[in-house]
Design a protein around this ligand. Structure first.
Ligand code: SF4
Ligand code: SF4
Length: 116
């Protein structure tokens, strides 16, 4: 079992979560983060750190976020590890309460520690 980043994170990449992870299992895409399910040790530390409640335990994942299990698993293998907080997107507040962002707004492109 692992923790999972839901689609709420898309375009709201605040990165508070990454600093508490003891095993560095967050990976950074262009506009969201994902958790490597094979590295996550279920420590629970990241869930309360996310200011918008985007992180769930796999067994508490809402039904409409089950699709994000595969996204976390696939893209954690493709995107670079992120361990330090960085500035969020300038317009993240506009996206905070938008639902169902995945189909239109998910980006498969990798992010980077020094890309902004
Ligand atoms: S703190 Fe929440 S919104 Fe920010 S990157 Fe982590 S999961 Fe995404
Ligand atoms: S539950 Fe712990 S190990 Fe898993 S992603 Fe969150 S901080 Fe990292």
């Amino acid at each position: 079992m692992a923790y999972v980043v839901s689609e709420a994170c898309i375009k709201c990449k605040l990165t508070d979560c990454v600093e508490v992870c003891p095993v560095d299992c967050f990976h950074e895409g262009e506009n969201m983060l994902v958790i490597d399910p094979d590295e996550c040790i279920d420590c629970t530390l990241c869930e309360p750190e996310c200011p918008i409640g985007a992180i769930y335990s796999e067994d508490e994942l809402p039904a409409d976020q089950v699709k994000m299990l595969a996204v976390n698993a696939e893209f954690s293998l493709k995107w670079p590890v992120i361990t330090e907080m960085k500035d969020p997107p300038g317009d993240w507040k506009n996206w905070e309460h938008v639902e169902h962002k995945y189909p239109e707004h998910f980006s498969p492109k990798p992010g980077g520690q020094n890309d902004e």
